[in-house]
Design a protein around this ligand. Sequence first.
Ligand SMILES: [Cu+2]
Length: 242
Amino acid sequence: MMNWLPENVSTYGTDMDAVMHSIWNIVFVWFLLAEAVLFYFLIRYRKKKGQRAKYKTGNSLKEMSWVLIPAAIVLMFDLGIDFYQNPVWKKVKIDIPQDPDLVVKIEGQQFVWNMTYPGLDNKFGTIDDFKTTSQLYVPINKKVVFELSSKDVIHSFWVPNLRLKQDAVPGRVIKGWFEAVKNGTYSIGCAELCGSGHGMMRGQLHVLSDKEYQDWVYKKTPKKAKKALEAAADSQQENSHE
Ligand SMILES: [Cu+2]
């Protein structure tokens, strides 16, 4: 089958793709079958001389079975898909790593994504925190947890290359995670119609090597914070010499 999806760069992307492909395959087979039956009936019961259409109430069991049997088959496939996708859902949405390498706060706002980083000390609410607008930088092969919120309306944080989509709901902080496995720059979009600038609510995910990422964090750290941290480190050294 043709690959319709953008390149997958996430650890759980292959599982997500397998679910999507299986749904497409099921739908495709039934689409062909339904069309075949439709065209067969169109030709078989086409207008003929001396043959009048009959009015059918659809009340007999035999007639109703044309609806009931397909409905039962659809339900069966539904349950099958539910069963099959359940472990993938659990992996992506439920089993959020308890010991992530990085936590980032992401806030949706008409029409940007505000990213807050914990900075060099890896703690939020300290002097070295910094923000970016719609640009998410992460190290490669590291577990990244995000805390997603919204400042105004419902948005949806969407990174197609990661196979990641999560609603951002005002008043709630929703956790999610991903691990990117390929360096590069990938698109971030908003997947929930959120106002006139919804289509412009785009950003970028930058997957960097460990070293590049550390350099970037250092570069982004506010000067004041760098000075304070260096002074603290110095005084600690002095104390340990005493
Ligand atoms: Cu939005």
